[in-house]
Design a protein around this ligand. Structure first.
Ligand SMILES: Nc1ncnc2c1ncn2[C@@H]1O[C@H](COP(=O)(O)OP(=O)(O)OP(=O)(O)O)[C@@H](O)[C@H]1O
Length: 947
């Protein structure tokens, strides 16, 4: 029997999303007979947990269990699923409830069979419409249907009228309106079937324009109920059936020959819908509807009191994509077992703090503390998901503390998933502390998955501390994965601390999988230090697999296996595709400890301020954001022992330049802590302004107020004489009285200037530098004001034995160099910039610019200089224009070309949804303007300046 259904009454609102799985039946290719076969499906196991929950596990990956509300086996047919899952929704539709049934899964997993079915075995949509029609007849209501397809280019096409231009989605007073979709009334099921067949054949009409092969697409059907007594348009409710395109790993060439780009795009829209489901299931304040056309179209039927049935279709035989899809769907099956925690633990606390400021910095923090003196906290499972649509910095932090004095904390599994579809810097940190005085913490499993379809930088840090005085922590397993289909850089750091005074930590295993499909470079570094007083940690195993199909460089520093073109062995569907460029493991005695103290914020404050101007252009800004959350209050308040490690790496897959930045700082001596160092390594061309800006931004997170209070000395060694040197160094020593080189916590800034050509291949970091835009930074990058604060800082620096020239004098030196040297950032040769690109404020990709020092007067013709100013002007005009759209009052908005009452209202609504909805001119498409109209509008606005 299926477990709890949706609550469908006002008194029982129930859950918004129900996640069920369906194992596909088999078809007989010989007889062409399709039947729910009795062939056993032995690679999927469905488990009913003690709590009554269902979990799915797969033979190939038996350790992972994915929660679902129910799983239908291969023998259960569409009629059964319909009567248990869909029929209640149809009945509620006549009371005004909107709902959506989504079938998703890998290719060939039976989605179409489920939604559409065949003549002999009608699918859910057909069965539902049949019910709709008979209900409508009884209740004097009418039914209309529309069919649409959303293709890999995010175009929605009306399948009943495919020759029409793509469907436009508009929002009018919060209500989604479609322009260009046919709504056809139906009175009988035969009529409906006829329309369905027409729509399906229109969808399959391939090849599409410009494509030689059939493209994957999503197919949607909307059944609407109307009543004459209802509202303006008589609409009572809508029910959507979505047959999603099959998910396919982008690394494999599509079976139908479709290309990587198309695959990526369609996968992106799959993620988008699953992310929306997840955001809704966790009650997130911001739901990323605007990430794809499909989610935008479904918005009305997903939000509010609407119900969603997510059916995860499973292939009956091994399919890695199926595992991945189930793992994503199960995120929406939210069951934070607070109830079970209450039963088994004396205290269970959960705090979720969401704070979204104007700049879209979202942070979520969860703390669960379980203290069970006798019985154990059996399982704590948490999921924090952060979706950031555009330039957000998101941070998620989970802390789980288990203290079981007698019995076990049997499993703690925090999961953090970050999905970022556009330029996002994400950072996630997890800390799990287990203290078991008698029996052991059996398993800790952590998964951080970062999945970024475009330009994103992610950083993830996991910390696990175990203190088991008697028995052992049996296994610690951590998996960090990152999937970057295009140009992303990820950094992950794992820290495992084990203190076992008697028995041992039997195994510590870490798996890092890295997979880059395009230009990427990965680097992985792992360190293990074991300190066990009596018995040893029996095994410490680390695996780093790096799979890069194109240009990849993987430096392995310690204990690393690095493979090219090798699929990581221990892969979950997620980790399989997730690249991690760097990881560390420390196993050490005692709790990790450091209080990082840094004076010197002011040293860089001014420079950082001026650098902020260039923040959008300089990718390092994202890196800074990524490391910010690593320095939060809870860390600094930790009493004696605080360990601050912030490590950010940007490799060439993200930036095209491969900046490696590593910041670790510690103050208090902890001899067992093997590694504490600050490294900021920048490989770049000669220009020092950029360098200063980057160093400043990168250092910012360490200069947290709480850290400043410590009042420790800061040593600054900067630039030996001249920046023209091939390798300049800025060294910040952040450790008090410490001679031990091992313990020395220092910040090191290396500048490896790059010669004329702008490409520098550092042996260690394999970086390339490309310049995305022609920007003159010389204005933006003002060197710090040498005021009182700076002198104060310098004075304290000079007190240290390790004397270096004062920072102010170094900055002065830099400033003079800067002011005498105009800068131009050069476009990479191959990049072709369209007119739209030129007027877009959106940076194509966060790459470190090639900086070429030239005397403008000597090398540029007047026309070139003029053109350069022109593009700069365009850029700033667009910026100002977007600022108006993002901030102006309604009346002001209406003064703009192309914006009337409706659009102005819509813009205000968008702002409520996201404080800065317009990041680029492209975003104007969301208010129904075409690219042509946008261009025209800008031309008019600019033209009028000369009137
Ligand atoms: N429950 C079932 N019993 C028997 N055969 C099935 C069942 N479900 C699907 N099939 C068969 O499996 C094959 C693939 O099914 P289907 O086309 O529904 O998959 P899909 O997930 O929609 O594929 P795609 O991702 O390519 O859109 C078809 O031949 C179909 O007839």
């Amino acid at each position: 029997m299926a477990s709890t259904q949706f609550g469908l009454t006002a008194s029982d609102p129930g859950r918004k999303i129900r996640v069920v799985a369906k194992i596909r039946g088999f078809s007989d290719p010989d007889t062409n007979f399709t039947s729910e076969s009795s062939t056993p499906v032995d690679w999927v196991s469905v488990n009913r947990e003690n709590s009554g929950d269902f979990t799915i596990s797969f033979k190939e990956q038996s350790s992972s269990r994915y929660s679902v509300d129910y799983c239908y086996d291969a023998l259960e047919n569409n009629e059964i699923i319909y009567s248990r899952e869909v029929k209640p929704l149809v009945l509620a539709a006549f009371e005004g409830l909107n709902s959506t049934v989504i079938a998703h899964g890998a290719r060939g997993s039976g989605k179409t069979h489920l939604i559409q079915g065949s003549l002999e075995r009608p699918g859910l949509a057909v069965l539902a419409t049949s019910e709709y029609l008979s209900m409508a007849e009884k209740n004097g209501k009418s039914v209309a249907v529309s069919f649409y397809e959303v293709d890999h280019q995010d175009h929605a096409v009306d399948l009943l009228n495919p020759e029409q231009p793509p469907i436009l989605v508009l929002e009018d007073h919060g209500r989604i309106q479609f322009k260009g979709i046919t709504q056809t009334p139906v009175k009988s099921i035969a009529e409906f079937q006829k329309l369905y067949i027409t729509a399906c054949s229109a969808q399959k009409a391939a090849p599409k324009k410009g494509f030689e092969h059939a493209c994957r697409s999503h197919m949607g059907l909307t059944v609407s109920v109307f009543s004459q007594n209802e509202g303006v348009d008589g609409l009572v409710s809508k029910m959507n059936f979505v047959d999603m395109a099959g998910y396919e790993d982008t690394r494999r060439r599509s079976s139908d020959g479709s290309g990587l780009a198309e695959n990526n795009k369609i996968n992106k829209s799959i993620y988008a819908l699953l992310n929306v489901c997840h955001a809704l299931s966790t009650n997130e304040s911001r739901v990323p509807y605007r990430e794809s056309k499909l989610t935008r179209m479904l918005q009305d039927s997903l939000r509010g009191t609407s119900k969603i049935l997510l059916v995860s279709c499973l292939n009956p035989s091994f399919c890695q994509d199926t595992i991945y899809m189930v793992s994503l769907a199960s995120r929406s099956c939210q069951r934070i077992p607070l109830d079970s925690l209450k039963k088994s633990s004396s205290s269970a606390r959960q705090t979720v703090t969401l704070d979204s400021t104007k700049k879209n910095a979202v942070s979520a923090r969860q703390t669960v503390t379980s203290d069970s003196t006798k019985k154990s906290a059996n399982s704590i499972r948490q999921t924090v998901a952060s979706d950031s649509t555009k330039k957000n910095a998101s941070s998620a932090k989970l802390t789980i503390t288990l203290d079981s004095t007698k019995k076990n904390a049997s499993s703690a599994k925090p999961t953090i998933t970050l999905d970022s579809t556009k330029k996002t810097a994400n950072s996630a940190r997890q800390a799990v502390t287990l203290e078991s005085t008698k029996k052991s913490a059996n398993s800790i499993r952590q998964t951080v998955a970062s999945d970024s379809t475009k330009k994103s930088a992610s950083s993830a840090k996991l910390t696990v501390s175990l203190d088991s005085t008697k028995k052992s922590a049996n296994s610690i397993r951590q998996t960090v994965g990152s999937d970057s289909t295009k140009k992303s850089a990820s950094s992950a750091k794992l820290t495992v601390s084990l203190d076992s005074t008697k028995k041992s930590a039997s195994s510590a295993r870490q798996t890092v999988a890295s997979d880059f499909t395009k230009k990427s470079a990965s680097s992985a570094r792992q360190m293990v230090t074991l300190d066990c007083t009596k018995k040893n940690a029996s095994s410490a195993r680390q695996t780093v697999a790096s799979d890069s199909t194109k240009k990849s460089a993987s430096p392995a520093l310690q204990g690393i296996i690095s493979h090219k073109n090798k699929i990581p062995i221990s892969v979950s569907a997620t980790t399989k595709k997730l690249p991690v460029s760097k990881s560390h493991i420390h196993e050490k005695k005692g709790v990790v400890a450091v209080k990082s103290a840094m004076k010197g914020r002011k040293l860089f404050e001014e420079a950082s301020h001026s650098a902020a101007k260039a923040e959008k252009e300089i990718p390092i800004a994202q890196v800074t954001k990524a490391s910010e959350p690593l320095l939060d209050d809870s860390l600094s308040e930790d009493g004696n022992d605080v360990h601050v490690n912030s490590m950010v790496e940007q490799d060439s897959s993200l930036t095209g330049s491969g900046n490696h930045i590593e910041l670790n700082s510690r103050v208090e001596k902890d001899h067992s802590l093997a590694n504490a160092s600050n490294n900021v390594k920048l490989n770049m061309v000669k220009e020092t302004e950029i360098f200063i800006a980057k160093v400043t931004k990168a250092s910012e997170p360490l200069l947290d107020n709480s850290l400043l209070e410590d009042g420790n000395d800061v040593h600054v060694n900067s630039m030996d004489n001249s920046l023209a040197n091939t390798s300049n160094k800025v060294k910040l020593n952040m450790l008090k009285e410490n001679d031990d080189p091992f313990l020395n916590a220092s910040s090191e800034v290396k500048v490896n200037p790059i010669m004329e050509k702008g490409i520098y291949d550092d042996k260690e970091y394999h970086n390339e530098i490309h310049a995305p835009h022609a920007i003159n930074y010389s204005k933006d990058l003002l060197i710090a004001d040498e005021g009182y604060n700076m002198n104060k800082e310098n004075n304290s620096l000079m007190e240290n034995g390790d004397c270096s020239p004062s920072i102010s004098s170094q900055l002065r030196e830099l400033q003079s160099l800067v002011s005498s040297t105009p800068l131009t950032l050069q476009l990479p040769e191959k990049r072709c910039i369209s007119l739209e690109d030129q007027i877009s404020t959106e940076i194509a990709e966060p790459v470190t610019p090639i900086i070429e020092r030239r005397d403008l007067v000597n090398t540029k013709s007047p026309w070139e200089t003029f053109a350069m100013h022109g593009s700069g002007m365009k850029h700033s005009l667009v910026k100002d224009y977007l600022r108006i759209l993002n901030t102006a009052e309604k009346d002001e908005l209406k003064k703009l070309k192309g914006i009337g009452e409706k659009r102005a209202t819509y813009i205000l609504e968008l702002r409520e949804e996201s404080p800065e909805p317009f990041k680029s001119l492209d975003d104007l498409k969301d208010i129904g303007l075409s690219a042509k109209q946008i261009k025209k509008m800008m031309k008019k606005e600019v033209g009028e300046l000369f009137d």
